[in-house]
Design a protein around this ligand. Structure first.
Ligand SMILES: *[C@@H]1O[C@H](CO)[C@@H](O)[C@H](O)[C@H]1NC(C)=O
Ligand SMILES: *[C@@H]1O[C@H](CO)[C@@H](O)[C@H](O)[C@H]1NC(C)=O
Ligand SMILES: *[C@@H]1O[C@H](CO)[C@@H](O)[C@H](O)[C@H]1NC(C)=O
Ligand SMILES: *[C@@H]1O[C@H](CO)[C@@H](O)[C@H](O)[C@H]1NC(C)=O
Ligand SMILES: *[C@@H]1O[C@H](CO)[C@@H](O)[C@H](O)[C@H]1NC(C)=O
Ligand SMILES: *[C@@H]1O[C@H](CO)[C@@H](O)[C@H](O)[C@H]1NC(C)=O
Ligand SMILES: *[C@@H]1O[C@H](CO)[C@@H](O)[C@H](O)[C@H]1NC(C)=O
Ligand SMILES: *[C@@H]1O[C@H](CO)[C@@H](O)[C@H](O)[C@H]1NC(C)=O
Ligand SMILES: *[C@@H]1O[C@H](CO)[C@@H](O)[C@H](O)[C@H]1NC(C)=O
Ligand SMILES: *[C@@H]1O[C@H](CO)[C@@H](O)[C@H](O)[C@H]1NC(C)=O
Ligand SMILES: [Cu+2]
Length: 589
């Protein structure tokens, strides 16, 4: 709803030979060690124009961490960047290792330029995750890479729900073993610090991107104003109110519905933030497959900073069999919407004639324009092209196996989401988590600090259940993908309209149809419903099982930098004892 971008990466899906390199760890039986060197260097092929970015061992995206469930992980970071950094393992629950969660001001001090840090954690979960920078806006400078954890033999697979043919089930299991990550992201021509400076100077929420990328490859294709006008949807026209989309397909910075009526200084906006399209033909990502194998499996991972994206493969259905590292009852779809931080694992049947098939990635709203020889199922605006197109409806997702949360709730909090005095600052709850707090005493080490006792935190007791209602009180707002660090939460309800209840139990007496307590999704990232004309809400429930300081935040990077975050001080009654090596490292800073 808020950001539109006509750009995208058109890539080919060829029925040819499998040939994808993997970075395998130097491993002993159960401890797997990785070493990464982070560097700040020029990327000459960057979509749009060359710029500096973060490389991980000289690579972008960062190399894959491939693990077995149960492995102990040691991840050693050498920060050769000119700035402090930290790395977070997105979706990894850090059970018993809260000091390895990678959040400055919560679980550690930032790793200074030239510094080193060793993250240690156990891969208790299985499936698709990713790691990324968690300091300032650095994720948008390219520090992200996939993680895949092969499930233990004891974990039951859902493939028998797709077919009773045991041969086909075997092929799917083999495809799952070879599964490969597909990193979907967006890109800006400004570095994250330039973008933040532009936001501060202009006082605008910078919600546009300049390109979309698949595994770090993408192009920029500029459309003519008449093409942009033609593809402007009815919903966009209402928001635009007589204005036109900018040449990068974005709402203009003066749009009152998207930015609010706050004061601003548009002349402080550098080119490319809202407009200033520059065509650029970059390389296309090619995913090669071997049809003899029958199936191919992909882990779609959104590491986008801003864009909500729509993904499809021409003429191929995808069976979604896991979401965020948890099996689900398989659902067959043509296209999937991904918000920032989401992961969907899909099985694709290789039963089409040999050839090239386009993979389409569009901004949810306005897609790239590219006519291929094949039949696409999503259009330039990210919408269906035929009545038969099935876009994944998340309300159809049922975990496999489904588990049921407790009804015995210790605390319920209604957390407001909205602008904070200006369009680029945001609140979650009663206040805004300022970027400067990344340099505060880490809450894990200082649970009695003044920040720990402010309304920037929630305190919970171990082994209790907590309900959080995210209340998007004012339109116009995009879906806010709410990411919770540490263990996952149940998505128990959502809806449009005013939330005027004190508890979920009370709400369920009035609007039971908005809740699902029998087969709720179990997620680490799930978006609030877009608020177009009125307020919306999302209700989640979680079990406190892992004492420590964990961030709860919107995964749209500019919203997180703008303060849409809250620290959960989980299990304050059972606060962990921190190992000596981490305590010493924290003291040294
Ligand atoms: C990282 O850099 C150091 C030198 O500073 C080098 O010894 C090491 O091999 C590098 N590691 C990787 C994975 O590139
Ligand atoms: C990052 O490092 C560069 C180069 O030293 C410096 O100019 C910049 O101010 C630093 N940014 C932050 C946010 O510390
Ligand atoms: C497998 O067989 C059972 C029993 O005949 C049937 O109920 C079920 O629908 C079949 N499943 C699939 C995926 O075909
Ligand atoms: C607006 O930004 C421009 C460019 O940065 C600056 O020169 C000007 O002083 C600013 N105007 C106001 C009113 O702050
Ligand atoms: C697929 O595309 C590649 C590169 O564009 C081309 O060389 C190849 O001939 C194409 N294959 C088929 C079967 O169309
Ligand atoms: C998209 O799907 C809807 C619902 O099935 C249908 O009404 C509509 O006609 C489809 N759009 C196109 C262009 O076929
Ligand atoms: C925090 O304060 C409580 C109560 O005063 C005390 O029991 C606890 O030891 C303190 N924790 C730390 C880490 O200082
Ligand atoms: C927000 O303020 C209200 C009213 O003072 C309070 O009840 C609530 O606990 C606060 N929420 C947070 C997250 O601090
Ligand atoms: C909440 O508001 C709705 C409509 O705004 C109303 O129908 C409902 O009765 C209210 N519920 C409570 C508990 O006040
Ligand atoms: C916290 O509660 C969970 C769930 O009951 C339990 O497994 C865990 O051992 C508890 N942690 C501590 C430190 O007591
Ligand atoms: Cu947000």
């Amino acid at each position: 709803m808020n950001s539109f971008c006509q750009l995208g990466a058109l890539v080919f899906f060829c029925l040819a030979q499998w040939a994808k390199g993997k970075v395998l760890p130097v491993s002993s039986v159960s401890t797997v060690r990785f070493e990464v060197n982070l560097t700040w260097a020029d990327w000459h092929e960057a979509p749009g124009a060359p710029r500096k970015m973060i490389f991980t061992n000289g690579q972008f995206p960062a190399p894959e961490l491939r693990l077995q469930q149960g492995n102990n992980v040691e991840f050693y970071v050498h920060n050769k960047l000119p700035n402090a950094t930290t790395i977070h393992f997105h979706g990894i629950d850090q059970m018993g290792t809260p000091w390895s969660d990678g959040v400055p001001g919560l679980s550690q001090k930032p790793i200074p330029a030239g510094g080193k840090f060793l993250y240690k954690w156990t891969a208790l979960q299985y499936g698709s995750y990713f790691y990324h920078a968690h300091t300032r806006g650095q994720i948008d400078d390219g520090l992200y890479g996939p993680i895949y954890i092969s499930p233990d033999k004891s974990i039951e697979k859902p493939f028998r729900l797709i077919t009773n043919n045991t041969m086909e089930q075997k092929l799917m299991e083999r495809a799952e073993k070879r599964t490969s990550p597909v990193m979907l992201s967006d890109w800006r021509q400004l570095t994250s610090e330039q973008l933040w400076n532009a936001e501060e100077a202009s006082r605008r929420d910078a919600f546009c991107s300049n390109a979309l990328m698949i595994n770090g490859k993408g192009s920029v294709k500029c459309l003519s104003q008449s093409a942009l006008d033609e593809y402007t949807t009815a919903a966009q026209k209402i928001v635009l109110g007589g204005q036109k989309l900018t040449d990068i397909g974005c709402l203009p910075p003066s749009n009152v519905l998207a930015e609010g009526t706050y004061s601003h200084n548009l002349s402080a906006l550098p080119p490319t933030v809202f407009s200033g399209c520059k065509s650029h033909q970059g390389p296309s990502e090619v995913l090669k497959v071997d049809p003899i194998k029958g199936y191919v499996s992909y882990d779609l991972i959104s590491s986008a900073g801003i864009a909500t994206m729509m993904f499809s493969i021409d003429e191929h259905k995808m069976v979604v069999y896991a979401v965020e590292g948890q099996y689900v009852e398989p659902v067959e779809v043509d296209a999937i919407t991904l918000t920032n931080g989401n992961r969907y694992s899909v099985m694709v049947k290789l039963n089409k004639p040999w050839g090239n098939y386009s993979i389409r990635l569009s901004n949810y709203g306005v897609n790239q324009m590219k006519k291929g020889p094949s039949k696409p199922s999503i259009s330039i605006t990210g919408s269906n092209t035929t009545a038969e197109t099935v876009i994944l409806d998340e309300s159809n997702i049922v975990p496999f196996p489904a588990t049921v949360p407790s009804q015995d709730i210790a605390q319920t909090h209604v957390l407001n989401i909205g602008h904070y005095h200006t369009s680029y600052r945001w609140i979650l709850g009663n206040s805004s988590y300022a970027l400067a707090l990344e340099h505060a005493q880490p809450l894990l080490y200082h649970p009695n600090s003044s920040v720990a006792h402010s309304d920037l935190t929630l305190h919970t007791k171990n082994d209790t259940w907590v309900d959080l209602i995210f209340y998007v009180s004012s339109p116009l707002q995009p879906p806010h993908p709410i990411h919770k660090h540490s263990n996952k939460y149940y998505v128990i309800g959502q809806g449009q309209g005013i939330w005027n209840y004190t508890t979920v139990a009370e709400a369920m007496e009035h609007i039971p149809e908005n809740f699902n307590l029998e087969t709720p999704q179990y997620r680490d990232t799930f978006a609030t419903p877009a608020a177009a004309t009125g307020p919306t809400w999302l209700a989640i429930r979680y079990h406190v099982i892992n004492p420590g300081a964990f961030l709860l935040h919107c995964h749209i990077q500019v919203h997180l930098s703008g303060g849409m975050a809250l620290a959960l001080l989980d299990g304050v009654d059972k606060w962990p004892t921190i190992p000596e090596e981490y305590r010493l490292a924290e003291m040294r800073g």
